[in-house]
Design a binder for this molecule. Structure first.
Ligand SMILES: [Zn+2]
Length: 178
């Protein structure tokens, strides 16, 4: 069983654009490749865990999510990096599309995507980390038994995160220092 760093997508690995669905607008956050390289070098698997409720809301299709994720993978690959898995939840109870406008168990802060990744990739949640820029990331990490890490530009006194810091690279350094 390996340890992993589970990573949110929008605002964590790539620049935040609300309901992003254009693969040409994908831009890595600063030092993204360096941060992932440090974590991979330390033996962590790297797995994307993303809410994409824009699918249920009818803003874009699953194929658009795949295209954006493919663009992310291409940008990482150009820097010599990659992700070991990509999971996303297309659901939302307030959506327009009947079959996926549901109150699912995979949408963060639910832990189901993390547990699925653990099962499929042979990972141990209790030795792993969840890194994101929103409360739902912290909630999912805590629910799965991971160490939860919040990237935030502002003070978050009420967060349940185990770590709060300014960016992905400082998150990677904190993990490596443990
Ligand atoms: Zn879901």
């Amino acid at each position: 069983m390996q340890a992993a760093v589970f990573l949110d997508r929008d605002g964590t690995l790539i620049e935040e654009i609300p309901y992003l669905h254009d693969p040409l607008r994908v831009k890595l956050v600063p030092n993204c490749v360096e941060a992932l390289g440090l974590l991979r070098g330390a033996g962590f698997k790297l797995v994307l865990i993303s809410n994409q409720s824009g699918v249920a809301r009818g803003y874009f299709k699953r194929s658009d999510v795949d295209a954006v994720n493919g663009s992310l993978a291409d940008l990482l690959s150009a820097g010599g990096e990659r992700l070991d898995g990509m999971y996303y939840c297309p659901h939302h109870p307030d959506g327009d599309l009947p079959e996926i406008a549901i109150r699912c168990r995979c949408r963060k802060p639910g832990p189901k995507m993390i547990f699925q990744a653990c099962r499929e990739l042979g990972l141990e949640a209790s030795r792993s980390y969840m890194v994101g820029n929103a409360d739902v990331d912290v909630g999912a990490g805590n629910a799965a038994g991971c160490t939860s890490m919040l990237i935030s530009g502002t003070a978050q006194a009420d967060s349940n995160a185990d770590w709060i810091g300014p960016d992905l690279l400082s998150a990677a350094h904190w993990i490596l220092d443990r």
